[in-house]
Design a protein around this ligand. Structure first.
Ligand code: NAI
Ligand code: MG
Length: 351
């Protein structure tokens, strides 16, 4: 089976971790034998912007829509292109244009990593983030009134998207350990979060045997640090989910580990797989970026196409390396990006 993917390395360390991860994906398809990734490279990035005055050509979305999935590194180089332009014209635009209404972000303690935040606690949960609306809307503006300047940012919560993400999270909890936590803030946000809670309660009535809890985002952030082992599936709005999943990266030990998947549910457009981290201009070109976030993202892509076992083989082998202290500097090791990938390559080949 051929899986046709669009590859966008993007900027900064995306250009290091994406090609290295593709080496591993190729090896995995060799090991498995049942599938092959057909890859087309797209140069959309801040370099592209400097040359063309935009992040993508006018038919960029159209071209990308032809693929089965998009494998993305990271976009952004704020010294050259303002972030809101670089990201809205690419990552954020793609999530919306391709109706990738769900963002999945697994958080799991990996063997071999002890993070100062979590100690030796084991945890394994997944943040399900609404990915198309909510707090990240373009509704609003800046006005001048009564000798003041006022920025108004309107949150948009539709019943369709809210039900969609909450129902997805219930199904996921049903497939996992039957516990669902909803991130809310209905004491402070007057309209949006009481609505969110109401949809949650309505949806809950359709499911049996799922333990649920509503926790305010401020307290929930603290619980992520103090008792991450108590969670299974967490459902959150766009902004809350964004913050929680970066925190998830931190409790795992490094932002460089955390993966994510932007899922299109209606089958009309490709889903997009990208690590949580950005382009990290501060470490670009030094061969020290941790490739695990991109590799784990590749695992999510493998699962998406039904190759869960080969995805598990990948993550388990990464854990074996970590236990042997094969680590990049963000995890206290002294392996470079390519050296880590070389070690992974050799270990996978021996399986
Ligand atoms: P960042 O995630 O790029 O970096 C934050 C910190 O984490 C830096 O100190 C960096 O060195 C470190 N870090 C990140 N990934 C790492 C890895 N794989 N290995 C080791 N260390 C790692 O976030 P920042 O600095 O806020 O953003 C940089 C650029 O990336 C900006 O232009 C931002 O807009 C963009 N960005 C793009 C995203 C995307 O394309 N989806 C997501 C987040 C940020
Ligand atoms: Mg983020």
């Amino acid at each position: 089976r051929k899986i046709d993917i669009a590859v966008i390395p993007g900027d900064g360390i995306g250009r290091e971790v994406v090609p290295e991860s593709l080496r591993i994906l190729d090896l995995l398809s060799e090991i498995h034998g049942g599938f092959k990734f057909e890859k087309k490279l797209y140069p959309y990035s801040c370099d592209y912007y400097e040359e063309h005055g935009k992040m993508m050509p006018d038919d960029g979305f159209q071209q990308l829509s032809q693929h089965d999935a998009i494998f993305l590194g990271a976009i952004g180089d704020p010294k050259r292109v303002p972030d809101h332009i670089a990201l809205w014209q690419t990552v954020i635009g793609l999530r919306r244009e391709f109706q990738q209404v769900i963002n999945l972000r697994p958080v799991k303690s990996l063997k071999g990593i002890t993070s100062p935040l979590r100690g030796d606690k084991n945890f394994d949960f997944i943040v399900v983030r609404e990915n198309s609306e909510g707090e990240y809307s373009q509704v609003g503006g800046t006005i001048h009134q009564d000798n003041d300047e006022i920025a108004i940012q309107t949150n948009v919560f539709t019943r369709k998207a809210t039900e969609g993400v909450i129902d997805f999270a219930f199904q996921l909890a049903n497939d996992r350990n039957h516990k669902l936590t909803s991130a809310t803030k209905s004491n402070g946000l007057y309209h949006s979060m009481p609505f969110w809670n109401r949809v949650f309660t309505e949806t809950e009535a359709k499911y049996e045997d799922i333990e649920t809890e509503l926790i305010h985002i401020d307290a929930l952030s603290a619980f992520f640090v103090t008792k991450p082992e108590s969670f299974d599936v967490i459902v959150a709005s766009n902004l809350f989910g964004d913050i929680l999943s970066d925190l998830g990266g931190a409790i795992m030990g490094s932002i460089g580990i955390a993966p994510s998947a932007n899922i299109n549910l209606n089958g009309k457009y490709p889903s997009m797989f990208e690590p949580v981290h950005g382009s990290a201009p501060d470490i670009y070109g030094k061969n020290i970026a941790n490739p695990i976030g991109q590799l784990w993202t590749a695992k999510l892509m493998l699962e998406h196409f039904g190759y869960e076992e080969i995805g598990n083989l990948l993550l388990n082998t990464i854990e074996e390396l970590l236990v042997d202290n094969v680590k990049t500097p963000d995890l206290g090791g002294n392996y470079g990006t390519t050296e880590f990938i070389d070690a992974l390559f050799e270990k996978l080949k021996k399986q």
